[in-house]
Design a protein around this ligand. Structure first.
Ligand SMILES: C[S@@+](CC[C@H](N)C(=O)[O-])C[C@H]1O[C@@H](n2cnc3c(N)ncnc32)[C@H](O)[C@@H]1O
Length: 259
């Protein structure tokens, strides 16, 4: 499935805040090797070279479009690699392993935490953030429309890629089982978005991507009809107010230190 870096960056400020809040809770300022798993368009990855003095930073992503965008941020201390993070190996043990808004795309990622954890050196850190909003009105609106009589016969819902996260306690338990000193927390951001149909534009780059991939098999007028119907649902779910469109977004964070 194709990622669109330009669309993804339309809400760059809102999407980057959790990354900064996550890194704020990693209490070291120097590091040798820092890795960003699922680095996306790379502009946040590049900030890690300033955040950790002396660090070599590697960003890894499986999307050729994202890595192409990320190369604009390459520098002497910042490199990008095209790879599936489930198979990727670092050149040496990692001091700080970061993953922002990515693990939810890996089916069964809770069971993969041990594999990622094994990449971290003793005394090193693993910090990740995943959305915790899969029962929000935006996701429910997509699910309701895909399952509606008009669309369920046209879209093969069984083929949908379904991002998922676990509850905070599950991450805490899993990381504790691995022997990590762990902090887990959650935050709901109340983003105030502007412009027409901003929630549709937000999810177009992320949660809606799997549906857009299925829609690509339909005629252009059917694709447009699907989007118009979803826009209407989302306007009802997130009516524009005096300040803009408020889009609550729950996120789950974990920072773990290897003993
Ligand atoms: C929502 S974006 C997050 C990008 C970036 N971390 C950020 O915070 O802006 C998710 C990224 O995960 C990447 N991704 C998803 N599954 C992956 C996998 N198995 N291996 C590597 N990257 C993956 C996607 O290509 C995408 O760039």
């Amino acid at each position: 499935m194709v990622w669109n870096p330009g669309q993804y960056l339309r809400f760059g400020d809102e999407r980057s805040q959790p990354f900064h809040d996550l890194l704020h809770r990693v209490p070291v300022s120097t590091a040798g090797l820092v890795v960003d798993l699922g680095c996306g368009p790379g502009q946040l990855t590049a900030t890690l070279a300033d955040r950790f003095a002396g660090a070599t930073v590697i960003g890894v992503d499986s999307s050729p479009q994202m890595i192409a965008a990320a190369t604009a941020h390459q520098g002497p201390a910042v490199h990008f690699e095209l790879a599936d993070i489930r198979n990727w190996q670092p050149p040496r043990p990692v001091d700080v392993l970061v993953s922002n808004a990515t693990l939810q795309w890996l089916p069964g990622h809770l069971g993969l935490l041990g594999q990622f954890w094994s990449l971290v050196r003793p005394g090193g850190w693993f910090a990740f953030q995943v959305p915790g909003n899969f029962s929000s009105r935006s996701h429910l609106s997509i699910a309701a429309q895909v399952a509606s009589p008009r669309w369920r016969s046209r879209l093969d819902a069984a083929a949908l890629e379904r991002p998922r996260s676990a509850e905070p306690q599950a991450y805490l338990d899993q990381l504790a089982t691995l022997g990590a000193e762990t902090q887990v927390w959650e935050t709901t951001y109340y983003h105030v978005l502007s412009g027409p149909d901003p929630v549709l534009e937000w999810i177009r780059a992320t949660a809606l991507r799997p549906v857009l991939a299925l829609l690509a098999g339909l005629e252009a007028d059917e694709q447009a009809a699907f989007e118009a119907e979803l826009a209407e649902r989302l306007r009802r779910a997130y009516p524009p107010g005096a300040h803009g469109t408020v889009f609550p977004f729950r996120r789950i964070f974990a920072v773990a230190r290897r003993r």
